[in-house]
Design a binder for this molecule. Structure first.
Ligand SMILES: NC(=O)c1ccc[n+]([C@@H]2O[C@H](COP(=O)([O-])OP(=O)(O)OC[C@H]3O[C@@H](n4cnc5c(N)ncnc54)[C@H](O)[C@@H]3O)[C@@H](O)[C@H]2O)c1
Length: 376
């Protein structure tokens, strides 16, 4: 991957211009952080709802807002941050690539393997990058867990157990139907945090077995102007999966929007001990080491603690340095392949081989901080 260049072929320097497409719920967290990080310069907010785009731009002091086409016409924007709903992710990413922009996209990278592959191949052919959420694995929690496991503290890690149980987001999200339809549900909406953390720690998945179910065909919106309206649930709302990794390690996971017990759990068991890891949907949290001593030991997490947008800064710095970004499209595509394979395994009641693979990127260096100014 070469250093970023302008259309005149001159290497660009300084903070990286960013345009945000999708001014909905999660854009507030992104805009709060990205407008505070000096290595990126947020220039534009676009949405099909122009009023929403204008409101978010005004709230965060972003100089311009408007349509996707207007955003893509700004030559100073080098990264498009795609915060649209899952079924629009691939289409918006392809639009951005066609306009010569690198992409940071919310998860999942696409709804199916073919469109995910098309996004990656089109970007590769154009010499552009597509990086993908989640970036929580760049947080202090998972980065510290990687260091602890690599230090041999639990011996060779062999298995992992993960649980994500909750009643579902329709009680708090003002427009939640998409979270129960293709591209979401507990597996595709929250699963990417768990799958990404698992493949960061254990490497690529080789094959998958699963069962899946749905508790209610219809749910009711619980808050906001649409409260009381109902919508259809079209994907499984409870998924149990077993992954076997290329390394021979294994994991078992539950992804559920069907439980009144709100619980998350992520633990790794090795030959000589076990490590309780923080919720991978969070950037920080306690790690607890069980190494056979009298008492479990709480481990202080080390590393940056910022929230969403961290991966955009890591991408921006990687573009300027001409090195690979950590939240790569290849990693996201493998995560998508694992999740699609999980649904296929449940539907067919058999193991499904995962064809794609990826190479995990190195842990962040100590002291890496998205809030630092490194490109001025
Ligand atoms: N809400 C959360 O807590 C949360 C957390 C992490 C990740 N995410 C992810 O972020 C993404 C967005 O989620 P959200 O909750 O903000 O959704 P949302 O429905 O609140 O917002 C999505 C916005 O995208 C706009 N949009 C849709 N298609 C578009 C298109 N083709 N061009 C331009 N604009 C378009 C919509 O008008 C809307 O304003 C999803 O992929 C979701 O998985 C959300």
């Amino acid at each position: 991957m070469s250093e970023s260049t302008s259309t005149s072929g001159v290497a660009k320097t300084g903070p990286v211009g960013v345009g945000v497409i999708g001014a909905g719920n999660i854009s507030t967290q992104y805009l709060t952080n990205l407008t505070a990080f000096p290595d990126v310069d947020v220039r534009f907010v676009a949405d099909i709802d122009l009023e929403r785009a204008a409101e978010q731009a005004a709230k965060f002091g972003v100089p311009a807002s408007g349509t996707v086409e207007q955003l893509l016409a700004d030559p100073e924007i080098e990264i498009v941050v795609n915060l649209t709903i899952p079924k629009a992710h691939a289409e918006v990413a392809l639009q951005a690539v066609a306009a010569g922009k690198n992409v940071w996209t919310e998860k999942p990278i696409a709804l199916d393997r073919a469109s995910g592959q098309r996004v990656l191949e089109t970007a590769r052919a154009a010499g552009l990058r597509v990086a993908c959420a989640p970036d929580t694995f760049l947080g202090a929690g998972i980065q510290t867990a990687r260091r602890v496991l690599e230090s041999g503290a639990i011996g060779r890690p062999q298995t992992a157990l993960t649980l994500m149980q909750q009643p579902g987001p329709e009680s708090w999200h003002p427009n939640p139907a998409f979270l129960f339809q293709e591209g979401a549900g507990p597996l595709f909406d929250v699963g990417p945090y768990y799958v990404t953390a698992l493949i960061q720690l254990f490497g690529p998945v080789k094959r998958v077995a699963a069962v899946a179910s749905k508790s209610k065909p219809v749910r009711t919106i619980g808050s906001g102007p649409l409260a009381g309206q109902t919508f259809e649930v079209t994907v499984p709302s409870h998924v149990t999966a077993i992954f076997e990794f290329e390394s021979g390690q294994t994991s078992q996971s539950i992804f559920s929007f069907d439980s009144q017990i709100k619980r998350t759990l992520f633990e790794v068991t090795g030959v000589d001990g076990a490590l309780e890891v923080n919720d991978p949907n969070m950037f920080v949290g306690d790690l607890v080491l069980h190494d056979g001593g009298d008492e479990p030991k709480t481990i202080a997490v080390e590393g940056e603690t910022a929230a969403r947008g961290t991966g955009v800064v890591e991408l921006a710095r990687a573009i300027r340095a001409g090195v690979p970004e950590r939240a790569s499209g290849e990693q996201a595509f493998h995560a998508l392949d694992v999740m699609v394979s999980t649904i296929e395994a449940a539907e067919r009641a058999e193991w499904v081989d995962v064809v794609s693979t990826f190479t995990p990127t190195p842990a962040l260096p100590d002291g890496w901080d998205p809030a630092e100014s490194t490109l001025a």
